[in-house]
Ligand binder design. Structure first.
Ligand SMILES: Nc1ncnc2c1ncn2[C@@H]1O[C@H](COP(=O)(O)OP(=O)(O)OP(=O)(O)O)[C@@H](O)[C@H]1O
Ligand SMILES: [Mg+2]
Length: 277
């Protein structure tokens, strides 16, 4: 086993009273594609922000090549952030800028490449995600899937060796999904990119993953190979993968009694992820 690129050690995190992580552990190895799954609100997007050092944790450590984010000075932290391309859940393009301008921005800010080179790069990456003919459009003129692909092209502009994808194919048609999956696999094979992919799409997950990790109740309840996730009898994994309604997995948003809330009764506190019965 190579040294992990990223290590999460005993991470605890609350937002107010709400527990997000408790003693969360995970290793991410260089060159692998790790797929993170979990219910809505389980803390997947937050985890990507923790890895970037954008969310303060209560305790525990995030180690990058053995070095704690807490020990990094501004310059080191910036250089870590620059080495990671992030595709945000919503694409996160700037609304007032065209695709061309959106793609040019990070490169203009972080390198001293000339404008003509940057523009050529923008065209190449937009071609890669099938958007070159839309280069001068504003995000408002694009569909949800196009925005997502635009966000991916922008993330690729810095030629990152590490990519975090937050639901890269959610809301895309099957062909666009297959194209994005193909792109993620190509980046891994040809560039040796390390990828962390958050997805609800089981078909994509099984296609892309070297390993999968299921986030549940503040921890990774299961981490393993595609083979393990396909065959395990673990009821939590089975319920999540097979999309069954009965089982140990409860969506955090289902935890409060809707009726009790409507009637103004005091809602009984339930531990995260447990049934309310
Ligand atoms: N800045 C914040 N302040 C307070 N609460 C937050 C903040 N960011 C996230 N949360 C809460 O933390 C929980 C986890 O949010 P997160 O966005 O990580 O979930 P997720 O697993 O990505 O969900 P989804 O699958 O719906 O995208 C949610 O309950 C959310 O409301
Ligand atoms: Mg999310």
């Amino acid at each position: 086993m190579p040294e992990p690129l990223i290590q999460l050690r005993g991470i605890n995190k609350h937002f107010g009273d709400r527990m997000i992580y408790r003693d969360l552990q995970l290793d991410i190895f260089p060159g692998e594609t790790l797929v993170i799954m979990g219910g809505s609100g389980s803390g997947k997007s937050t985890l990507l922000r923790v890895l970037m050092g954008h969310v303060k944790i209560d305790s525990g450590q995030v180690l990058i090549r053995g070095r704690s984010l807490d020990d990094m000075d501004r310059r080191e932290l910036d250089s870590w952030r620059k080495s990671v391309g992030v595709l945000f859940q919503t694409g996160a393009l700037f609304n007032s800028m065209t695709l061309r301008e959106n793609l040019a921005l990070p490169v203009r800010e972080h390198t001293d490449l000339d404008d003509q080179t940057i523009d050529l790069m923008a065209q190449i990456y937009l071609q890669l995600v099938g958007l070159r003919e839309h280069i001068d459009k504003l995000p408002a003129e694009l569909s949800g899937g196009m925005k997502k692909r635009g966000g991916l092209a922008r993330a690729l502009m810095m030629q990152p060796r590490i990519l975090f994808y937050d639901e890269p194919t959610a809301g895309l048609d099957p062909i666009s999904t297959a194209q994005i999956d193909e792109l993620i696999m190509n980046l891994k094979d040809k560039m040796g990119t390390t990828s962390v992919v958050v997805t609800h799409d089981m078909q994509s997950a099984f296609k892309l993953a070297d390993r999968l990790a299921l986030l549940f109740d503040g921890k990774f309840a299961a981490v393993g190979s595609v083979e393990y996730f396909r065959t395990t009898a673990d009821p939590l994994v089975r319920q999540f993968i097979d999309g069954r309604l009965d089982g140990p997995f409860v969506n955090p948003s289902d935890q409060c009694s809707y009726k009790a809330e409507l009637l103004g009764r005091k809602i009984q506190e339930v531990p995260h992820g447990k049934k309310t019965t």
